[in-house]
Each structure stands twice: as structure tokens, then as C-alpha cells.
Ligand binder design. Structure first.
Ligand code: PLP
Length: 221
């Protein structure tokens, strides 16, 4: 069986082939993966990890206990779980102002600032979270005024269309939004692309990809 270190090597090579010299951040998505695999990835040089669930995330962060890892939160945020989010490096799934404001005031109390991305519902899918594209301008205006949340970019999950090539249009639309707001908000991160479609996302301008199964293997629980 191919090891996680080998997977990581292959993925990095493929990324560098399509990135044309642009630096791409690789975030390992730990959802339903055993801690041993996550540790293996860290030993192989992975420095950014993402979790989807506050509780699972707390357990994993405790068991990994490695201060050099940057932890990202990418799951849907429930209002009663905001209190668990102040120790992350970056929250990628900000999509409601109440959540952003609550998180900001909790961060204020502990005198901390963390990075944040705004999640965009680029496919306008009713079952998905994310700010609608036409609401993004107003949302950014208000979220970026929160001093303890440093909004540095956008995140999206496109509709899971097949063939995967059909998702390109959504990556393009995300890149257009990213470019539109970049000068005003000094964006640095466009987080899009998962195991199925990260090369496509990078071709269309992603600066960060979030990889679960292609790095760690099938989710095991
Ligand atoms: C699960 C998940 C990923 C990773 O998906 P894979 O297909 O396993 O690479 C990325 N982003 C989010 C928000 C996810 O929930």
C-alpha cells in the first residue's frame, strides 16, 4: 500500500506542474481519519490541517499536540459551537454575521486575533452554507470591520458535478469574486479544490487546496 508520505510527494509534484510557479498552500482534511494517519502526514512534512467538527477537532488537536501545525476549521459553524473556535489558526467557513460577531467578541476577551475566510455558496445550492455572491460585498464590508477576525480571503465548495470539468465554471466565478475584492480587502487566500478537482481549481486561480481522501485514503469512520 502506498504511504501517506508517497501520496504527499505525488500530490506536490502534480500541484507544481499546474501552478506555474505560484505558491499553493496544501491543507490536509482530517475528517473521519484516524490520528495515526494525521501524524504520519505531519511527519512527512504537512504543516496545515483542517477539521470539520468542533469536538472531533479538539480531540485531534490535543492528541497531535504539535505547536508547529496550523489548524484550520472548515465545517459548518453552529452558534453554540463558536466558543470552541478561538484556538484555530484560520476559520474558513464564516458565512453568517452573527457567527463572525460572536467569534470576534470571544477573541477580544482572550486578546487574540485569528485569520478568517468567507465561505461563498458559489453554486447557490439551497442545502449548502455560504454567502450568496450578490451578498458578498455587504458581508465583507461588515465582517472586515471586526478587529479580531482578520479576513484574508474566500473559500468555496462548488457543486459536486460530474464530469468534474463541469465545475470549472464555478472556480472561474470564484476567482472573479476574489479578484474583484482583493484590492479593497487585501486578500491573500482563495481556498478551493478538493481531492477530485484540486488541479482544476489551481488552474483557475486557487491559492489553497483542501485535500482529504487523496492524501489520507478513504474516510474510515
Ligand atoms: C471533506 C472536505 C474536504 C476534503 O474533501 P476530499 O474529497 O476528501 O478531498 C474539503 N473541504 C471541505 C469543506 C470538506 O468538508
Amino acid at each position: 500500500m502506498i504511504s501517506i508520505a508517497e501520496n504527499l510527494e505525488i500530490i506536490k509534484k502534480q500541484i507544481s506542474l499546474v501552478a506555474k510557479g505560484r505558491p499553493i498552500q496544501l491543507v490536509g482534511v482530517t475528517k473521519h481519519q484516524p490520528a495515526e494517519k494525521v501524524k504520519e502526514a505531519i511527519e512527512a512534512g504537512l504543516t496545515a490541517l483542517a477539521v470539520n467538527y468542533a469536538q472531533e477537532g479538539d480531540e485531534l488537536r490535543l492528541s497531535i499536540d504539535n505547536p508547529s501545525v496550523q489548524w484550520h476549521f472548515i465545517g459548518h459553524i453552529q452558534s453554540r459551537k463558536v466558543k470552541y473556535l478561538t484556538d484555530y489558526f484560520c476559520i474558513q467557513s464564516i458565512d453568517r454575521l452573527e457567527i463572525a460577531e460572536d467569534l470576534n467578541s470571544r477573541l477580544e476577551k482572550v486578546e487574540k486575533a485569528i485569520y478568517a475566510l468567507i465561505e461563498v455558496n458559489i453554486g447557490r445550492e439551497p442545502q449548502k452554507s455560504g454567502v450568496l455572491p450578490e451578498r458578498l460585498s455587504e458581508f465583507l464590508d461588515r465582517a472586515s470591520a471586526l478587529p479580531n477576525l482578520k479576513v484574508i480571503g474566500l473559500m468555496a465548495m462548488p457543486p459536486m458535478l460530474h464530469p468534474v470539468e463541469d465545475r470549472r465554471i464555478y472556480f472561474k466565478e470564484m476567482f472573479q469574486l476574489y479578484q474583484k475584492f482583493q484590492p479593497q480587502y487585501h486578500f491573500e487566500v482563495l481556498s478551493m479544490g478538493t481531492s477530485d478537482d484540486y488541479l482544476l481549481a489551481i488552474q483557475e486561480g486557487a491559492t489553497m487546496v483542501r485535500l482529504g481522501t487523496c492524501l489520507f485514503g478513504k474516510r474510515s469512520f
